[in-house]
Write a protein that binds this ligand. Sequence first.
Ligand code: FES
Length: 248
Amino acid sequence: MSRDLKFGRRSFVKLCASAVAMIGANPKLLAKPDSEIHRHHRAKLIDTEGHPITPSQLKVGENYLFHYPYIATPCFLLNLGRPTEQDTLLQTEKGGSYRWQGGVGPERSIVAFSAICAHKMSYPADEVSFINYRHQTVSFRNKSEAVIRRSQVIYCCSEKSVYDPLQGARVLGGPAPQPLAAIMLEYDERDGSLYAAGIYGGDMLELFFEKFAFRLSLEFKTSNIREKVTRTATVMPLTQYSRSQVQC
Ligand code: FES
């Protein structure tokens, strides 16, 4: 056996040992490959009268709701009133990593997320919504059980999961194991219109359909709850959609 080959094997063993040590020190190196963006139909966001929604029409701090990528899957549309972080690295419960694109529009302040809580999938229904965006200061407990006071969070009052919409809906507190799934928004500078074009992150849509199939078919008066949203998606204030809002 040549000296070079022996050296090569010894180096290879050393390399493997240091790789194991590195991964032990940082388990995130074992994270699964990036979560994909699931592209769906590109749907123009419109108001209840059929007019295109533009960023200037969205009141800062208001909860807006639309359904996407299916007619029965609710999403929040928010104008946070200030630029969000861009290109935020996040992780799903299964360890997949993904980069949240950040807000869109002239101030990069318009964001959209699935409104299905990543804990036990509480969602805004026509009767009541336990999950909503809170523009004013609220109190909650973080992962270390410390009391935090801050504004601009998405709060699920079912079991008190709290998400940060300025950072891709990453979890700030409560039992949710991953961020809310993000809706891929596109902004057309030429006429100011907004489009939903996909969903990414820890998308729980299949579980949602399995768990709530019967309830959704009653709510949406159809057996085809998986019907896709295609050309347009209608946006309305959450107060107009859900008769009552639980705030905690
Ligand atoms: S369903 Fe939202 S915190 Fe449990």
